[in-house]
Write a protein that binds this ligand. Structure first.
Ligand SMILES: NC(=O)c1ccc[n+]([C@@H]2O[C@H](COP(=O)([O-])OP(=O)(O)OC[C@H]3O[C@@H](n4cnc5c(N)ncnc54)[C@H](OP(=O)(O)O)[C@@H]3O)[C@@H](O)[C@H]2O)c1
Length: 338
């Protein structure tokens, strides 16, 4: 099968097409013939040597796929051969065939193309895990999403608005990106390049602060964000692009009962990811099918042009998601499940 390999560490030029054998299903796994694969920031981090795959996981990058199941291992009740699925994987998405633990498969939402479905797993799993489970966003609370037009950010904002009726605030760096944040459900958007962005956020909450912050920056943002939380607020970290270390006031945490938490998804057990998959299918998939939650795709590239897709992320030009088309089925809408 054709795959993308990362040879060395560096810019998009270290991505190369290669041939590898089609993998065989083990128990609990299915083999998906990939129609389309999502591109995510963690793939860029892996390419730079900053986010290696967990032990035992393929070195082929790619964290989400959509396609057709072509083989099923032992002990798999669903999906079946021929089913159209999208799935979260810990690696291996940039390839013509991809092994997937069965619990991490979800049906392609009705009316979605494979390419659209491939943009869903990584960002919605991450948003669900961090905004709903760890952030415990409750009805009517205020949510601040750093980097509103990131794939994860758009998923988080829409989950907050549509499922919790939250007041959604976002940060973003350009007029075009801010417009997309508003279009996708943000009540207000602040430019993080403004030195007074924290004061702007505070003013938008009438001085009260926000209940949940989803942040991938860390570093010097962390004490500022703790200061922006309302009493009982939760700061959820999903990366630390600014810096891994921060100086914070621990006093602030106990005086105002704040929670500082975070997660990565990739190394979590299959059973944990399977629980997220079930909740997404129950609670988010109907909203996707009704058009109340949307995916926002800013670029579609054939697998052979993977370097061009990564260059867009390197330049921080993406708004929402980039997708790789892997087979001729990518732009087709599969038959809904019987
Ligand atoms: N922990 C996990 O499980 C997990 C899983 C997936 C992704 N992630 C992380 O989640 C984040 C989003 O991932 P993605 O693939 O959706 O990323 P992405 O599309 O590459 O987006 C990155 C975002 O970071 C924003 N940003 C850059 N500098 C910023 C700053 N100084 N202040 C605020 N925002 C800033 C960008 O905003 P502008 O475009 O407006 O500049 C952009 O929206 C990334 O940090 C990624 O590493 C974590």
């Amino acid at each position: 099968m054709q795959v993308v390999e990362i040879r060395g560490q560096g810019g998009p030029e270290v991505l190369h097409l290669a041939q590898r054998p089609v993998p065989a299903c083990g128990p609990g796994e299915v083999l998906v013939q990939v129609a389309a694969a999502g591109v995510n920031r963690p793939d860029v981090q892996q390419r730079k040597g900053l986010y290696p795959p967990p032990a035992g996981v393929t070195d082929i990058p790619g964290l989400d796929v959509a396609g057709v199941v072509v083989a099923v291992g032992a002990d798999v009740a669903w999906p079946r051969i021929g089913d159209a699925v999208c799935a979260l994987v810990a690696g291996g998405g940039y390839a013509e065939f991809c092994l997937v633990p069965a619990p991490q498969c979800m049906p392609v939402p009705r009316g979605f193309t494979f390419a659209q479905a491939a943009t869903l797993p990584e960002v919605f799993f991450t948003a669900w895990n961090n905004v709903i489970w760890l952030g415990r966003l409750a009805e009517g609370e205020a949510l601040l999403v750093q980097g509103g037009t990131s794939g994860v950010g758009l998923a988080a904002m829409q989950i907050g608005k549509q499922l919790r009726g939250a007041t959604v605030l976002a940060t973003s760096s350009s007029a075009a990106k801010q417009a997309v944040c508003r279009e996708m459900g943000a009540d207000a958007v602040v430019d993080y390049r403004d030195a007074d962005w924290p004061e702007q956020v505070r003013a938008l909450t009438d001085g009260r602060g926000v209940d949940v912050i989803l942040d991938g920056q860390g570093g010097d943002y962390t004490p500022v964000e703790l200061g922006l939380l309302a009493p009982d607020g939760r700061l959820v970290l999903i990366a630390s692009h600014r810096a891994p270390k921060a100086e914070i006031s621990t006093r602030e945490i106990y005086i105002r009962r704040l929670t500082l938490t975070g997660s990565t998804l990739r190394a979590r057990p299959v059973a944990y990811k399977g629980r997220i998959a079930r909740e997404l299918v129950e609670q988010v998939w109907p909203l996707l099918e009704a058009g109340r939650i949307r995916t926002h795709i800013c670029g579609v590239h054939p697998l052979a042009d993977v370097a061009a897709a990564h260059a867009v992320l390197d330049a921080n030009e993406q708004i929402g998601k980039l997708v790789l088309t892997v087979s001729a089925l990518a732009e087709t809408v599969p038959e809904p499940p019987a």
